[in-house]
Design a protein around this ligand. Structure first.
Ligand SMILES: [Zn+2]
Ligand SMILES: [Zn+2]
Length: 212
């Protein structure tokens, strides 16, 4: 069975999630933006073994700790979609701009595309490409658990910013409408910042997308 625990990291309170299969206790960490000692300790407390890093997108608060954590624990880096290459290349500059510890450069072990799947233990999650906040943004969906990890695509009561280079508001709305809503109203989403909500709640009440 699929399980997860969310741990806010960095000054941006980014929701890093440790996800795991409770049969094998193999775990992946989604968006290790920083505070790596806390993440490693949390995995130890949970009694799970970190096996992979999954990235929704390459903004500093989500991907800043990737190179260091991958190097420390010898983990493969899965994602995001190749559209975020320029954000990966810009990580050193992003860390200077936002006062983060220097972020190392990395090359994903595996890029992701829409329709891919990722595996942890005996759990499989579906990958959907949801561009708009960044061009290479992906989300990780567990139909079994009715959970989706959406990074900065959708928030409780809000949506991701689109005023960054290669951000695109219309594309973000289309991603939410065409790729998130079909997952079902009861699906709980874990956003990159702030509290969880359900897709149905946002589809009905979120002022940025309820007309989508
Ligand atoms: Zn972002
Ligand atoms: Zn973010």
């Amino acid at each position: 069975m699929f399980r997860y625990q969310t741990i806010p990291v960095t000054a941006f309170a980014q929701n890093c999630s440790i996800v795991w299969c409770d049969e094998t206790r193999d775990a992946a960490v989604i968006d290790p933006g920083g505070d790596l000692d806390r993440l490693v300790d949390a995995a130890k407390q949970l009694g799970v073994a970190l096996k992979a890093i999954w990235l929704t997108h390459a903004h500093i608060d989500h991907a800043g700790g990737t190179a260091e954590l991958a190097g420390r624990l010898n983990l493969p880096i899965i994602g995001p979609h190749p559209g975020d290459q320029f954000w990966i290349d810009g990580l050193p500059q992003q860390s200077r701009m936002f006062g983060f510890p220097p972020a190392g450069h990395f090359t994903p072990t595996r890029w992701l595309a829409d329709g891919d799947t990722v595996q942890i233990g005996r759990c499989t999650l579906n990958v959907r490409h949801c561009p708009g906040h960044t061009p290479g943004h992906v989300v990780f969906h567990s139909p079994e658990a009715q959970r989706v990890f959406v990074g900065d695509v959708l928030f409780a009561g809000s949506i991701g910013r689109t005023d960054f280079p290669q951000g695109n508001h219309a594309q973000l709305i289309a991603s939410i409408r065409d790729r998130l809503w079909p997952m079902g109203d009861d699906t709980v989403f874990i956003p990159g910042h702030g509290p969880e909500s359900t897709l149905g709640e946002e589809r009905r009440f979120n002022p940025y997308v309820k007309a989508a």
